[in-house]
Design a protein around this ligand. Structure first.
Ligand code: PRP
Ligand code: HPA
Length: 177
């Protein structure tokens, strides 16, 4: 029988030279189109979090594709979900941090009151490339004095060493290239 991991990897496509020449873009859209594959992703994340993290207060999703998986996982775990967005999208008092991407630059932002000091959080995104995005997210958590228990991604691009950049935080990935 096909494993959950096989089911997930079968629903990831690769597009050469997107969004720039030289980038092999891994596309998770087929996972969302297939209910069994999407369920498998959330099952695997849930199993990992239950086994490795004692108590989780909040799941933190990264703009934009972390929003596709984060709320589903949060509901499974019975926790809340909060958003880190690209700058300029969130109302009220915010904190922000600039970062570099595999193919550009961006600034991540969070509402100041989204997490209280001492809360334990797990970060989630679709993909880890250089680690710039998750590093910026960890920086925002530090600024708000939240404790990062770990990071979850569907896909990890190993050759870009994003995992090293995020140390000492742990990264759990389902599929590696
Ligand atoms: C992609 C991806 C991750 C990030 C990974 O998002 O969804 O968030 O890049 O790259 P890194 O590890 O080098 O930081 P992108 O910034 O393209 O934005 P989008 O989700 O709005 O498409
Ligand atoms: N796919 C999706 N998002 C990305 C990628 C990719 O290959 N590289 C950096 N962000």
């Amino acid at each position: 029988k096909e494993s959950k991991l096989q089911l997930v990897s079968r629903h990831i496509r690769a597009f050469p030279d997107f969004p720039k020449k030289g980038i092999l873009f891994r596309d998770i859209c087929p996972i969302l189109k297939d209910p069994a594959a999407l369920t498998a992703v959330i099952d695997l994340f849930e199993e990992h979090v239950r086994k490795n993290h004692q108590h989780v207060d909040l799941i933190v999703g990264l703009d934009a594709r972390g929003f596709l998986f984060g709320p589903l996982l949060a509901q499974r775990l019975g926790t809340g979900f909060i958003l880190i967005r690209k700058k300029g999208k969130l109302p009220g008092p915010t904190v922000s941090v600039a970062y570099d991407l595999e193919y550009g630059k961006a600034e991540a932002e969070i509402q100041e009151d989204s997490v209280t000091p001492g809360q334990k959080v797990v970060l989630i995104d679709d993909l880890l490339a250089t680690g710039g995005t998750l590093f910026a997210a960890c920086e925002l958590m530090k600024r708000l004095q939240a404790e990062v228990l770990g990071c979850l991604v569907v896909i990890e691009l190993k050759e870009l060493s994003g995992g090293d950049k995020l140390k000492p935080h742990s990264v759990f990935s389902l599929v590696q290239y």
